[in-house]
Design a protein around this ligand. Structure first.
Ligand code: GDP
Ligand code: IMO
Ligand code: MG
Length: 415
């Protein structure tokens, strides 16, 4: 058996949560492989809305088990809080003993660094993501499995704080003493112990037993640490390849890849965004799409569909198809636009350059439409909306397998 994979194609918030929830009904295992509680995945079922940050979006399928892989950085505090809204996840949620922890000091460092960066701030979610991955890479991090011996872990942390005392003081960060650290870790250990597992073996076993496994990406391709708009990115490998590292899979374990993409484009946080519309159209997209961050509540920057970036993202992830989300948000525009190339220093460019600064988007314009909201059959879409979808397939070189016309499960067209 191979795993199927869902990945964000733009700057996150494409609607991954809706699709994973929808697809999870047909899977036995749903796994997160990177990111942390910077993610915010909204799921709407009838009149209920759920925001998930760390727990995989398959949690609403009572028959599926959910895995938080080693590539995820876990704030035990955030996870414990999120778990409280679901009664009894024992046996349905497994946390990799190899996943690194986000502790209070990572969050404080993240926020202090953002303050110190001033006008050059990345606009992080302030959840400690960068410092936690930093600790992992520089080999001073701590893994969830270490909660099995909180005495030893508290000693190790206090020793680390002592060594770097001057740096913590310079950032105005209060460091905990041994007793404080130990009692915090004991709370985490008590709450999380029943869920800590060798998830690498668990995923392998699931595949050996022919279970259907779905992998859920967080963030999006343009926020990838290597392939995104560095340094205005998150600190993990958000692309499909990240799933191998973040779960202990081989590339041969990955089967079908679905890229999740909005019918327009948004970004939250700072950094270049070639198709951003700072005028009225951007405002309308934000208003109609309710574009406010699920995690931080910040307004998202809005603009037109960037086919150059999507084509790049589709190739890098190996997308078999795209799920085209929020088509309904384009209802009511006289004209809609797709950026099919960039102008850089007077030259036409159709590939994604290393830097997205100082780019002029070259647009193609199309007639708009009305009435796509809630449509669940392709035949019922307005002709101009159908033409827009066809154009997206043409310019990105990737077929569209699903069109989403509203947040609810039922507001979906499967092609
Ligand atoms: P994720 O981070 O990729 O899971 O996406 P978010 O949940 O952060 O943001 C997507 C938002 O769009 C959520 O509020 C969804 O409920 C909503 N949404 C998803 N699909 C559609 C759609 O087709 N139309 C509309 N209008 N909203 C949608
Ligand atoms: P989901 O999974 C959108 C952005 C932040 C910031 C940058 C770095 O819901 O799509 P970080 O806190 O990760 O160090 O911030 O990444 N960012 C997201 N933007 N959706 C997300 O997740 C994001 N997670 C991080 O806004 O620009
Ligand atoms: Mg989100």
């Amino acid at each position: 058996m191979k795993c199927d994979l869902i990945v964000g194609i733009q700057w996150g918030d494409e609607g991954k949560g809706k699709i994973v929830d929808l697809m999870a009904q047909n899977y036995d295992v749903v796994c997160r492989y990177q990111g942390g509680h910077n993610a915010g995945h909204t799921i709407v079922v009838g009149d209920k809305t759920l925001a998930l940050h760390l727990i995989p979006s398959g949690v609403l399928n009572p028959n599926a088990i959910n895995i938080i892989g080693n590539g995820v950085v876990i704030s035990p505090e955030a996870l414990i809080e999120e778990m409280q809204q679901f009664g009894g996840l024992v046996g349905r949620l497994f946390i990799s003993d190899k996943a690194h922890m986000i502790l209070e000091y990572h969050i404080l460092i993240d926020q202090a660094r953002e303050r110190l960066r001033g006008a050059k701030a990345i606009g992080t979610t302030g959840r400690g993501i960068g410092p936690a991955y930093g600790s992992k890479i520089e080999r001073s991090g701590h893994r969830i499995g270490e909660l099995r011996d909180t005495q030893k872990l508290a000693h190790s942390l206090v020793e680390y704080f002592e060594t770097y005392k001057a740096i913590f003081e310079a950032m105005d960060i209060k460091i905990p003493n041994f007793d404080e650290m130990k009692s915090t870790l004991d709370v985490y250990a008590k709450a999380l112990s029943p869920y800590i597992e060798d998830t690498t073996s668990l995923v392998w076993k699931s595949l050996d037993e022919e279970k259907r496994v779905l992998l859920e990406g967080a963030q999006g391709t343009l926020l990838d640490i290597d392939h995104g708009t560095y340094p205005f990115v998150t600190s993990s490998s958000t692309i499909s390849a990240g799933a191998c590292i973040g779960l202990g899979l081989s590339p041969k374990d990955i089967g079908n890849v679905t890229g999740i993409v909005k019918a327009y484009c948004t970004r939250v946080g700072n950094g270049p965004f070639p198709t951003e519309d700072l005028g009225n159209d951007g405002k309308i997209l934000g208003k109609n799409g309710h574009e406010f961050g699920t995690t931080t509540g910040r307004p998202r920057r809005c603009g037109w569909f960037d086919a150059v970036a999507v084509k790049y993202a589709s190739r890098i992830n190996g997308c078999d198809q795209l799920s085209l989300m929020k088509l309904d948000v384009l209802d009511g525009f006289d004209k809609v636009k797709i950026c099919t190339a960039y102008e850089i220093e007077g030259k036409r460019v159709e590939t994604l350059p290393q830097s997205l600064e100082n780019i002029k988007p070259i647009y193609e314009e199309f007639d708009g439409w009305n009435g796509s909201r809630g449509v669940d059959k392709y035949e019922d879409l307005p002709q101009n909306a159908k033409d827009y979808v066809k154009k997206i397939e043409e310019v990105t070189g990737t077929k569209v397998g699903l069109i989403s016309t509203g947040p609810d499960r039922s507001e979906t067209i499967i092609l």
